[in-house]
Structures are given as structure tokens and as C-alpha cells.
Design a protein around this ligand. Sequence first.
Ligand SMILES: [Mg+2]
Length: 128
Amino acid sequence: MTGSRILVVEDNPLNLKLIRDVLQVAGHEVIEARSGEEAVALAGEVAPQLVLMDLQLPGIDGVEALRLIREHPVVGRVPVVAVTAFAMKEDRDRALHDGFDGYLGKPLSVRDLPEQIQGFLAKGNDGG
Ligand SMILES: [Mg+2]
């Protein structure tokens, strides 16, 4: 299994470090963005295989950043997973309704995250 290039969008430095460390240990290449604007710009530059998108961001939020990424002619179909502190079922449903490919609730599980990421990557590779 080879690592994938993953764009992690997170404005909280501690959360960002946690996700980065876990993904790097799992063999992935991590590109960091601290705002939605940065995420949109970087997505076009680095062509990630997966995006983890915090929903609560300064400036444009994760939903708007997703919308802008989807407009990109090359990387527009990259799988984008919503990450949010809200863990209510309706938040999950809304994230999927907003066009995210999946959903992770905070706090993230350090133990489960690598397998969850593999699942999202596998789904993305289905070509569906
Ligand atoms: Mg945030």
C-alpha cells in the first residue's frame, strides 16, 4: 500500500498537528491549509487524492470551499470529507446533502483515523 496525498484543511493548530501526525505515520503525504481560501488554491496546485475539510473556518467556511473546489476543472471531483465538531445525525446528513463524500466527527479517533482514511480513499478510487 502506498501513501496518498491528502489536503488537510483545519484552522486549529492542535487539531491540524494531530491529523498530520497520524496521517504521516500511516505513510501519507500531508498538505496543510488553514483557511478555506488556502484550501481552494492548494487543491488546484497539488491535486490531492483526498481532502479533509473542517467546516468551521475563518473566512469562507468548509461548505463554500467545497463548492469552489467542485468548480475546478481538474481536481473538482476529488473526494472531500467534512470534519466537524458537531456530532449530531442532522449535521452528518447535512454534510452529505451539501455534497461531501463523507463525514468525520470531532474529536477524531487517533486509533481509527488511518482506517477511516483508507476507506474514503478506496471509495474515491472506485471511479464512482
Ligand atoms: Mg475550525
